[in-house]
Design a protein around this ligand. Structure first.
Ligand SMILES: Nc1ncnc2c1ncn2[C@@H]1O[C@H](COP(=O)(O)OP(=O)(O)O)[C@@H](O)[C@H]1O
Ligand SMILES: [Mg+2]
Length: 251
Protein backbone atom coordinates (compact mmCIF):
# COMPACT_ATOMS: atom_id res chain seq x y z
CA UNK A 1 0.00 0.00 0.00
CA UNK A 2 2.70 2.49 1.05
CA UNK A 3 6.03 2.24 -0.63
CA UNK A 4 8.97 4.46 0.19
CA UNK A 5 11.74 4.03 -2.37
CA UNK A 6 15.30 5.17 -1.83
CA UNK A 7 14.17 8.30 0.01
CA UNK A 8 16.78 11.01 0.52
CA UNK A 9 16.07 14.22 2.44
CA UNK A 10 18.61 17.00 3.01
CA UNK A 11 18.52 20.08 5.19
CA UNK A 12 21.16 22.32 3.71
CA UNK A 13 24.29 20.22 3.54
CA UNK A 14 23.06 17.76 6.14
CA UNK A 15 21.53 14.51 4.88
CA UNK A 16 18.87 13.53 7.42
CA UNK A 17 17.51 10.57 5.45
CA UNK A 18 19.93 8.76 3.22
CA UNK A 19 18.32 6.22 0.90
CA UNK A 20 15.53 4.72 2.99
CA UNK A 21 13.22 2.14 1.42
CA UNK A 22 10.33 0.59 3.26
CA UNK A 23 6.82 -0.61 2.61
CA UNK A 24 3.62 -1.00 4.59
CA UNK A 25 0.99 -3.46 3.39
CA UNK A 26 -2.76 -3.28 4.02
CA UNK A 27 -3.65 -4.41 7.56
CA UNK A 28 0.00 -4.23 8.53
CA UNK A 29 1.77 -2.33 11.30
CA UNK A 30 5.37 -1.47 10.59
CA UNK A 31 7.45 -0.12 13.45
CA UNK A 32 10.18 2.38 12.65
CA UNK A 33 12.63 2.58 15.51
CA UNK A 34 15.91 4.35 16.17
CA UNK A 35 17.41 6.78 18.65
CA UNK A 36 16.58 10.45 18.62
CA UNK A 37 17.96 12.27 15.58
CA UNK A 38 18.12 9.17 13.38
CA UNK A 39 15.67 10.64 10.84
CA UNK A 40 12.39 8.92 11.75
CA UNK A 41 10.27 12.06 11.90
CA UNK A 42 11.76 13.24 8.61
CA UNK A 43 10.63 9.96 6.99
CA UNK A 44 7.14 10.49 8.48
CA UNK A 45 7.02 14.08 7.24
CA UNK A 46 8.05 12.96 3.76
CA UNK A 47 5.31 10.31 3.80
CA UNK A 48 2.61 12.82 4.75
CA UNK A 49 4.07 15.34 2.29
CA UNK A 50 5.38 17.94 4.72
CA UNK A 51 8.99 17.81 3.51
CA UNK A 52 10.19 17.58 -0.02
CA UNK A 53 12.60 14.74 -0.69
CA UNK A 54 15.87 15.43 -2.46
CA UNK A 55 15.34 12.18 -4.34
CA UNK A 56 13.43 8.94 -4.15
CA UNK A 57 9.70 8.48 -4.08
CA UNK A 58 6.72 7.86 -1.85
CA UNK A 59 4.06 5.77 -3.52
CA UNK A 60 0.56 4.91 -2.35
CA UNK A 61 -1.19 2.08 -4.22
CA UNK A 62 1.58 2.50 -6.76
CA UNK A 63 0.92 6.22 -7.42
CA UNK A 64 3.24 9.02 -6.25
CA UNK A 65 1.81 10.85 -3.25
CA UNK A 66 3.34 14.25 -4.02
CA UNK A 67 3.66 17.16 -1.59
CA UNK A 68 0.78 18.46 0.52
CA UNK A 69 -1.16 21.04 -1.45
CA UNK A 70 -0.54 19.31 -4.73
CA UNK A 71 -1.54 15.91 -3.40
CA UNK A 72 -4.92 14.66 -4.69
CA UNK A 73 -7.58 15.14 -1.99
CA UNK A 74 -8.35 11.43 -1.85
CA UNK A 75 -4.71 10.60 -1.08
CA UNK A 76 -4.42 13.45 1.40
CA UNK A 77 -7.35 11.94 3.22
CA UNK A 78 -6.04 8.38 2.96
CA UNK A 79 -2.86 9.11 4.89
CA UNK A 80 -3.33 10.66 8.33
CA UNK A 81 -0.79 11.43 11.01
CA UNK A 82 -0.90 11.32 14.80
CA UNK A 83 1.81 13.44 16.45
CA UNK A 84 3.78 13.08 19.65
CA UNK A 85 2.43 15.95 21.64
CA UNK A 86 -1.36 16.27 21.46
CA UNK A 87 -1.17 19.44 23.53
CA UNK A 88 0.61 21.23 20.72
CA UNK A 89 -1.09 19.47 17.79
CA UNK A 90 -4.57 20.35 19.08
CA UNK A 91 -5.73 23.93 19.58
CA UNK A 92 -6.40 24.07 23.37
CA UNK A 93 -9.22 26.60 22.94
CA UNK A 94 -11.15 24.52 20.42
CA UNK A 95 -13.87 22.15 21.57
CA UNK A 96 -13.51 18.49 20.71
CA UNK A 97 -16.65 18.77 18.61
CA UNK A 98 -15.14 21.66 16.59
CA UNK A 99 -11.88 19.73 16.12
CA UNK A 100 -13.69 16.78 14.54
CA UNK A 101 -15.91 19.12 12.52
CA UNK A 102 -12.83 20.82 11.12
CA UNK A 103 -11.48 17.46 9.93
CA UNK A 104 -14.77 16.82 8.14
CA UNK A 105 -14.68 20.29 6.56
CA UNK A 106 -11.11 19.70 5.36
CA UNK A 107 -12.15 16.40 3.78
CA UNK A 108 -15.81 16.89 2.80
CA UNK A 109 -15.94 13.48 1.14
CA UNK A 110 -15.57 11.93 4.60
CA UNK A 111 -18.22 14.10 6.31
CA UNK A 112 -21.24 12.23 7.66
CA UNK A 113 -24.25 12.21 5.37
CA UNK A 114 -26.67 11.73 8.27
CA UNK A 115 -26.86 13.34 11.69
CA UNK A 116 -23.56 15.04 12.66
CA UNK A 117 -24.03 14.61 16.40
CA UNK A 118 -24.63 10.88 16.06
CA UNK A 119 -21.56 10.59 13.84
CA UNK A 120 -19.48 12.65 16.26
CA UNK A 121 -20.49 10.48 19.21
CA UNK A 122 -19.71 7.36 17.27
CA UNK A 123 -16.23 8.68 16.39
CA UNK A 124 -15.59 9.46 20.05
CA UNK A 125 -16.94 6.10 21.17
CA UNK A 126 -14.57 4.45 18.72
CA UNK A 127 -11.57 5.85 20.61
CA UNK A 128 -13.02 5.14 24.05
CA UNK A 129 -14.24 8.66 24.84
CA UNK A 130 -17.62 9.47 26.38
CA UNK A 131 -19.85 11.68 24.23
CA UNK A 132 -19.81 14.33 26.97
CA UNK A 133 -16.17 15.03 26.00
CA UNK A 134 -17.43 16.66 22.77
CA UNK A 135 -18.28 19.88 24.62
CA UNK A 136 -14.90 20.19 26.32
CA UNK A 137 -12.05 22.27 25.02
CA UNK A 138 -8.88 20.35 24.19
CA UNK A 139 -7.01 22.36 26.85
CA UNK A 140 -9.22 20.88 29.58
CA UNK A 141 -8.38 17.28 28.78
CA UNK A 142 -5.71 14.96 30.15
CA UNK A 143 -2.77 13.91 27.97
CA UNK A 144 -4.34 10.51 27.31
CA UNK A 145 -7.73 12.02 26.42
CA UNK A 146 -6.00 14.52 24.11
CA UNK A 147 -4.23 11.73 22.30
CA UNK A 148 -7.55 9.90 21.91
CA UNK A 149 -8.98 13.08 20.35
CA UNK A 150 -6.00 13.30 17.96
CA UNK A 151 -6.63 9.70 16.96
CA UNK A 152 -10.36 10.40 16.57
CA UNK A 153 -9.57 13.41 14.36
CA UNK A 154 -7.39 11.22 12.14
CA UNK A 155 -9.96 8.40 12.01
CA UNK A 156 -12.90 10.74 11.37
CA UNK A 157 -11.80 11.14 7.74
CA UNK A 158 -11.54 7.35 7.29
CA UNK A 159 -7.87 7.04 6.38
CA UNK A 160 -6.26 3.87 5.09
CA UNK A 161 -2.83 4.52 6.55
CA UNK A 162 -2.12 5.99 9.95
CA UNK A 163 1.34 7.43 10.59
CA UNK A 164 1.96 7.62 14.34
CA UNK A 165 5.08 9.61 15.21
CA UNK A 166 6.05 9.03 18.86
CA UNK A 167 2.31 8.96 19.52
CA UNK A 168 2.68 7.54 23.03
CA UNK A 169 6.10 8.93 23.97
CA UNK A 170 4.79 11.92 25.90
CA UNK A 171 2.39 9.81 28.00
CA UNK A 172 2.77 8.09 31.37
CA UNK A 173 3.54 4.39 31.10
CA UNK A 174 0.04 3.26 32.17
CA UNK A 175 -1.64 5.64 29.69
CA UNK A 176 0.88 4.55 27.06
CA UNK A 177 -0.34 0.97 27.41
CA UNK A 178 -3.99 2.05 27.04
CA UNK A 179 -3.31 4.05 23.89
CA UNK A 180 -1.25 1.20 22.41
CA UNK A 181 -4.13 -1.21 23.06
CA UNK A 182 -6.51 1.27 21.44
CA UNK A 183 -4.31 1.55 18.34
CA UNK A 184 -4.04 -2.23 18.00
CA UNK A 185 -7.80 -2.53 18.38
CA UNK A 186 -8.54 0.25 15.85
CA UNK A 187 -6.02 -1.15 13.40
CA UNK A 188 -7.86 -4.47 13.43
CA UNK A 189 -11.40 -3.11 13.43
CA UNK A 190 -10.80 -0.59 10.64
CA UNK A 191 -8.27 -2.62 8.65
CA UNK A 192 -5.79 0.21 8.88
CA UNK A 193 -2.23 0.09 7.75
CA UNK A 194 0.07 1.73 10.27
CA UNK A 195 3.54 3.20 10.27
CA UNK A 196 4.34 3.36 13.96
CA UNK A 197 7.40 5.42 14.84
CA UNK A 198 9.12 5.40 18.21
CA UNK A 199 12.57 5.71 19.73
CA UNK A 200 11.47 3.01 22.19
CA UNK A 201 11.90 -0.55 20.99
CA UNK A 202 9.91 -1.76 23.99
CA UNK A 203 6.88 0.17 22.70
CA UNK A 204 7.36 -0.85 19.06
CA UNK A 205 7.60 -4.46 20.19
CA UNK A 206 4.04 -4.27 21.55
CA UNK A 207 2.47 -3.20 18.29
CA UNK A 208 4.56 -3.94 15.18
CA UNK A 209 4.27 -6.88 12.77
CA UNK A 210 7.48 -5.80 11.10
CA UNK A 211 10.25 -3.59 12.42
CA UNK A 212 12.63 -1.31 10.56
CA UNK A 213 15.62 0.00 12.47
CA UNK A 214 17.05 3.38 11.51
CA UNK A 215 20.38 4.87 12.42
CA UNK A 216 21.82 8.17 11.24
CA UNK A 217 19.49 8.42 8.27
CA UNK A 218 19.97 4.83 7.12
CA UNK A 219 17.92 1.65 7.64
CA UNK A 220 20.27 -0.86 9.21
CA UNK A 221 17.84 -3.73 9.67
CA UNK A 222 14.31 -4.65 8.65
CA UNK A 223 12.21 -7.77 9.10
CA UNK A 224 9.37 -9.53 10.94
CA UNK A 225 9.20 -8.28 14.53
CA UNK A 226 9.92 -11.75 15.92
CA UNK A 227 13.15 -11.98 13.89
CA UNK A 228 14.38 -8.45 14.59
CA UNK A 229 13.69 -8.80 18.32
CA UNK A 230 14.57 -12.49 18.66
CA UNK A 231 17.69 -12.58 16.54
CA UNK A 232 18.87 -9.06 15.71
CA UNK A 233 21.43 -9.05 12.91
CA UNK A 234 22.87 -5.61 13.45
CA UNK A 235 24.97 -4.48 16.39
CA UNK A 236 22.92 -1.29 16.65
CA UNK A 237 19.63 -3.25 16.98
CA UNK A 238 21.23 -5.33 19.73
CA UNK A 239 22.20 -2.18 21.61
CA UNK A 240 18.63 -0.80 21.34
CA UNK A 241 17.32 -4.16 22.56
CA UNK A 242 19.73 -4.18 25.51
CA UNK A 243 18.70 -0.64 26.43
CA UNK A 244 14.99 -1.60 26.29
CA UNK A 245 15.61 -4.68 28.47
CA UNK A 246 17.58 -2.60 30.92
CA UNK A 247 14.59 -0.25 31.31
CA UNK A 248 12.22 -3.19 31.85
CA UNK A 249 14.43 -4.53 34.61
CA UNK A 250 14.58 -1.14 36.32
CA UNK A 251 10.81 -0.63 36.35
N1 LIG B 1 13.69 21.24 9.47
C1 LIG B 1 14.94 20.83 9.76
N2 LIG B 1 16.01 21.61 9.49
C2 LIG B 1 17.27 21.20 9.77
N3 LIG B 1 17.58 20.02 10.32
C3 LIG B 1 16.56 19.19 10.62
C4 LIG B 1 15.19 19.56 10.36
N4 LIG B 1 14.40 18.53 10.76
C5 LIG B 1 15.22 17.58 11.26
N5 LIG B 1 16.51 17.97 11.17
C6 LIG B 1 17.68 17.18 11.59
O1 LIG B 1 17.60 15.93 10.94
C7 LIG B 1 18.00 14.89 11.83
C8 LIG B 1 16.89 13.87 11.95
O2 LIG B 1 15.82 14.47 12.65
P1 LIG B 1 14.45 13.72 12.90
O3 LIG B 1 13.94 13.21 11.61
O4 LIG B 1 13.58 14.62 13.68
O5 LIG B 1 14.93 12.48 13.79
P2 LIG B 1 14.13 11.56 14.82
O6 LIG B 1 12.67 11.74 14.56
O7 LIG B 1 14.61 10.18 14.55
O8 LIG B 1 14.52 12.02 16.18
C9 LIG B 1 18.37 15.55 13.13
O9 LIG B 1 19.76 15.73 13.16
C10 LIG B 1 17.66 16.87 13.07
O10 LIG B 1 18.36 17.86 13.80
MG1 LIG C 1 11.12 12.26 15.87
Amino acid sequence: MLEVRDLRVRFGRFTAVDGVSLSVGPDETVGLVGESGSGKTTVARAVVGLVRPESGSVLFDGAPLGPVGRRPASLQRAVQMVFQDPRSSLNPRMSVSAIIDEAWRTHPSSAPSGDRTTALHSVLDDVGLDSSVARHRAGELSGGQCQRVSIARALAVKPRLLVCDEAVSALDVSVQAQILRLLVDLQQRHHLAMLFISHDLGVVHQIADRIAVMRRGVLVEEGPATDVLGAPQHEYTRSLLDAALELTRES
